[in-house]
Write a protein that binds this ligand. Structure first.
Ligand code: SF4
Length: 416
């Protein structure tokens, strides 16, 4: 497949031939720009070649992660273009958006990252209409986004979710949904697949049914995930599980047990977030992972990836924030390669950060992205999670007035 680039005039005369087979990924650059970008192209594709594919599609393209379009594909060409714009041209371009499509949810998770965040922050409680959501998708894709992730609340409670998925242009981006699976039956998975959904990610908080149900506040939530995985696979979707690690769950070996369930159920990828002092846990910095827990997680994930041979692929936030190898390009996603829009249209740097840059009802997504990357909090790349940084929290999170609706306008924080 030929990759051509349209997002920056400097890249207009560069082209790449990218070819993938069951055993090989080949890349050849041509055009007057080839030499200038040769080092970055080599580093980027060498990193991809080292990743074991989760799946190889019929046309030979490979799925390396559910967060990533197939390689090669027109959508992946945009990811590579975002990389060159960000790292070579210093014109930071976002790869991904998470969109909280509804405030509503059937669960009452103790760790909910949307707790408070999605409650209609800043008095703008009305949810975005279908047309407004479609505009958010279109404007996000226009500025470089190649992965549109629908979250909530519980996104399947939104009756127009199919329409929103269908609004993601398949030649430019992949669409995925994060769900608690309570409504993910055979009909809904088939509808979402027909609308163009790439992957369904389901939250699994613990390897034991009773513990998962207790953490979610809903009896039967564990079983819903098991059934949801079955339906999603039958519909031909890629399937992910997402969980979060605490110091206790690391010590108790939860990751290995959840990965074993993922393997048994035929899941493609397992994502492990750090427990974050965000949402309902906003003040709980006492829960932060220790360096020791992080090391154990990294070792355990590496051992699991060796044991399962890449399926399920285990990806941890401990790795994306480790600042080594390919992870150096990822780091803290907020304002680096990702942003979040709440159901009320508030534009936040990420779905765990209770700060609003503005609202998509008043400004375009492109303008809000530009203001994010120019803001002192986000101007520089950070490998480490800002929401886990004592310095960041002291400046931007601790001064949020008690009881204020979230996300709180970043421009209304007291000056330093
Ligand atoms: S602050 Fe950065 S690393 Fe932390 S959750 Fe948000 S995007 Fe991820």
């Amino acid at each position: 497949m030929t990759y051509r680039f349209h997002g920056a005039p400097q890249l207009a005369r560069l082209s790449l031939e990218v070819e993938s087979t069951a055993t090989e990924l080949r890349v050849r650059a041509s055009g007057p720009g080839a030499l200038r970008y040769a080092g970055h192209t080599r580093f980027y594709f060498a990193s991809l070649k080292r990743m074991r594919p989760i799946a190889i599609l019929e046309d030979g393209s490979r799925i390396l992660s559910l967060y990533y379009p197939p390689v090669p594909s027109a959508a992946h060409a945009r990811v590579f273009e975002d990389y060159l714009r960000t790292w070579v041209l210093h014109d930071r371009a976002p790869v991904a958006v998470t969109i909280g499509v509804t405030h509503a949810c059937q669960c009452t998770c103790v760790h909910c990252s949307a707790g408070g965040m999605n409650a209609g922050g800043n008095g703008r409680a009305a949810q975005l209409t279908t047309a407004e959501m479609r505009r958010v998708v279109a404007e996000s894709v226009d500025i470089g986004v190649a992965n549109v992730t629908f979250t909530g609340g519980e996104p399947l409670l939104r009756p127009d979710l199919d329409e929103l998925v269908a609004a993601v242009p398949a030649d430019k981006a992949v669409a995925q949904v994060f769900t608690n699976a309570l409504l993910l039956d055979a009909d809904r998975t088939a509808e979402l697949k027909a609308a163009g959904l790439h992957a369904a990610q389901m939250s699994l908080d613990a390897p034991d049914a009773d513990e998962h149900d207790a953490l979610r506040g809903v009896a039967g939530a564990f079983d819903a995930v098991r059934q949801g995985v079955r339906h999603a696979r039958a519909a031909g979707l890629f399937v992910g599980l997402s969980t979060y690690a605490t110091n206790e769950s690391v010590r108790a070996g939860h990751l290995t047990r959840i990965a074993a369930l993922a393997a048994q159920w035929g899941v493609h990828e397992l994502t492990v977030f750090d427990v974050l002092p965000a949402g309902r846990l906003l003040g709980r910095t006492d829960l932060l992972l220790t360096d020791g827990s992080r090391r154990l997680l990294l070792d355990e994930a590496a051992a699991l990836n060796r044991r399962f041979g890449g399926r399920p692929h285990v990806i941890t936030q401990a790795w994306t924030n480790c600042g080594r190898g390919f992870a150096r390009l990822i780091g803290c996603l907020a304002g680096n390669c990702q942003f979040h829009v709440t159901a009320s249209g508030d534009f936040a740097p990420c779905d765990f950060t209770p700060l609003a840059i503005g609202n998509v009802r008043r400004e375009s997504v492109g303008e809000l992205w530009r203001r994010t990357v120019e803001h002192p909090a986000y101007r520089k790349h950070s490998n480490a999670c800002r929401m886990q940084s004592a310095a960041f929290r002291a400046r931007y999170i601790d001064p949020i007035p008690e009881g204020a609706p979230l996300p709180y306008p970043i421009d209304e924080l007291p000056p330093v």
